[in-house]
Ligand binder design. Structure first.
Ligand code: TYD
Length: 229
């Protein structure tokens, strides 16, 4: 269960985050999982970062347009944190408190990986911002979708069509290789929360892999029984 208040555990929804590099298929898979959960009697919402609340969507525009890059990595990190603070308080926590399952496309791990590991932002700053923005809120499960960089970038280019590449899609191949390695490391470092999903397959196959993990980790446990009660 997300959050630490044992007395509230019976009514809290589960909090699942999706992470991965560009073109790893998060948005397709998050929707498939949401449909499946909604069909199994769990009320579910899908949201995303940066964004997910009206205020955070404004900040998203600043970040992804590349305007924020000129301020440097620390300031970009502050902007991601400001967006997250609004999103957590306006959308995520209220939903979890009403027993709704929240599926979020990217969360704090994106900051740790993109700004921390790749952008070289001081981990102490990132930890301090997490304390302020999310407090004791932690995902119950983080699914890290893993694809070879060439596959992911090919998918991202196809999806984008004629639109301009965003701030992070414009980074070099080396950046995306490091990103993949950082996510793989995260899965190794936090096995209780994170599961690496081989996403180099068709959507149905990847969805089946994700469903097996969700069933194993969240639906067979005592925790899920309390949600259903
Ligand atoms: P988005 O269009 O949502 O891309 P994707 O489909 O890859 O999730 O863009 C979000 C971008 O913002 C993505 O490149 C990762 C980046 N990002 C960070 O750098 N730090 C963060 O904390 C978050 C949430 C996202």
């Amino acid at each position: 269960m997300a959050g630490n208040d044992a007395s509230a555990a019976a009514t809290l929804g589960c909090f699942i985050t999706f992470e991965g590099g560009e073109g790893s298929g998060k948005s397709t898979q998050i929707q498939i999982l949401a449909d499946r959960l909604n069909n199994t009697a769990f009320r579910t919402i899908v949201t995303r970062e940066p964004g997910g609340s009206p205020g955070a969507e404004i900040i998203r525009h600043v970040l992804l347009s590349g305007v924020g890059k000129a301020f440097g990595s620390d300031a970009e990190t502050l902007l991601f944190a400001a967006a997250r603070d609004d999103h957590v308080h306006q959308v995520i926590k209220p939903a979890l408190e009403r027993g709704i399952w929240v599926l979020c496309d990217r969360f704090t791990d994106s900051t740790r990986v993109y700004q921390g590991k790749l952008g070289k932002v001081d981990p102490a700053l990132i930890t301090a911002l997490e304390r302020v923005t999310i407090g004791d809120l932690k995902p119950d499960l983080t699914l890290i979708l893993d694809v070879p960089v060439a596959v992911g970038l090919r998918r991202a280019i196809k999806r984008r069509g004629k639109a301009v590449a965003d701030r992070f899609e414009q980074e070099s191949l080396g950046f995306h290789e490091k990103l993949r390695a950082a996510y793989q490391q995260l899965a190794t470092d936090e096995p209780q929360r994170c599961v690496l999903i081989d996403a180099n397959a068709d959507a149905d196959t990847v969805a089946a892999r994700i469903w097996a993990v969700v069933q194993e980790r969240l639906l067979k446990s005592d925790a899920s029984q309390t949600v259903r009660a």
